[in-house]
Design a protein around this ligand. Structure first.
Ligand SMILES: Nc1nc(=O)c2c([nH]1)NC[C@@H]1CN(c3ccc(C(=O)N[C@@H](CCC(=O)O)C(=O)O)cc3)C=[N+]21
Length: 292
């Protein structure tokens, strides 16, 4: 069994990005600048956005964090987005999800300039992804592809079962794994909350990508020997014995499933850090495209 070490690989990627930034500096060019908008005070969201800002500092990017109160109206948020669209200093930006209920997420995603949409959530970019055109691939799926690639995991002709059909992980992941090339060329089954007898499907899987958000959902009995297990779940479970008062828990019963798996991602330290590294990568690409 091999652990797909997202912490290590994301560090390698950050080092590669730092080297690119150093070259930009040496040429006297402007370094990439990522902005993030966060609306409200959700603890987990604030943590993730904080990690993104810290990661920018680490690789030598500039970053801007725009904090808006949870009472922000849709119009105010759209106005802010248009400002960032027009700000020539900003190469890419993200609007942290989820948004408060008074704001229509679809409208927000449509307002982001596709050339600055480093999350890859705009329908133009999502469509390009589905059609194999070059674009920003959403950071979490991009991170999973990168992990599979760097550990030389064979995906060709394999049965990949994706659990969860979210717009930011499950749905794009199902498309990417079925695309031509590598990592891809898989036969994909996309399962979700209406799927019947899911264990019957997961036990047929060579590769399982679980993006459900239900702690310890995937048990050893649901997995065949030598399967590749990608755990995208990140749920905070209260734990008084832990200094933070919670532990981060994945969708996979790691202790038991890891005994059967050929490759498996841990939580934390798997897909999460890769997401941040690939957001940086997309921002670097955005800068390079704007310069070109
Ligand atoms: N517009 C937008 N883009 C996103 O990419 C986006 C988003 N909204 N909303 C929320 C989700 C979630 N997400 C994570 C990023 C890093 C970790 C991460 O670094 N996790 C650490 C643990 C972090 C912790 O201690 O909480 C790990 O797995 O090792 C997790 C989750 C990005 N998301």
């Amino acid at each position: 069994m091999t652990i797909l070490d997202g912490k290590k690989v994301s560090n390698d990627i950050k080092n590669e990005i730092t080297a690119e930034v150093d070259k930009m500096k040496a040429r006297g060019e402007k370094v990439p600048h990522l902005a993030a908008i966060i609306v409200g005070n959700d603890g987990a969201s604030l943590t993730y956005v904080g990690s993104k800002v810290k990661a920018c500092e680490r690789v030598g990017f500039e970053s801007t964090l725009v904090k808006m109160p949870d009472t922000t109206s849709e119009l105010e948020l759209l106005k802010k987005i248009k400002e960032l669209n027009e700000d020539d200093n900003i190469d890419g930006f993200i609007v942290q999800l989820p948004l408060p209920p008074q704001i229509d997420t679809q409208k927000v995603l449509l307002t982001v300039d596709p050339s600055k949409d480093v999350d890859g959530f705009h329908p133009e970019n999502f469509g390009k992804m589905a059609l194999d055109m070059s674009t920003f691939i959403p950071a979490t799926p991009f991170g999973i592809l990168e992990l599979l690639q760097r550990y030389d995991v064979d995906t060709k002709g394999k049965h990949t079962v994706v659990i969860g059909r979210s717009h930011i992980v499950g749905r794009p992941m199902s498309i990417l794994m079925s695309r031509k090339g590598w990592p891809g060329n898989s036969t994909v089954t996309l399962t979700h909350s209406n799927t019947k007898n899911i264990a019957q499907i997961t036990t047929q899987a060579d590769i399982i990508i679980s993006a459900l958000g239900v702690p310890n959902f995937l048990k050893a009995e649901m997995v065949k020997d030598d399967a590749v297990i990608i755990d995208v779940g990140i749920t905070r479970v209260e734990d008084a014995n832990h200094p933070k008062g919670y532990v981060i828990t994945g969708d996979v019963d790691f202790e038991n499933v890891s005994k059967k798996a050929s490759f498996i991602t841990p939580v934390p330290g798997g897909v999460g850090p890769m997401t941040i590294a690939m957001l940086l990568k997309n921002t670097l690409l955005a800068r390079e495209q704007r310069r070109a």
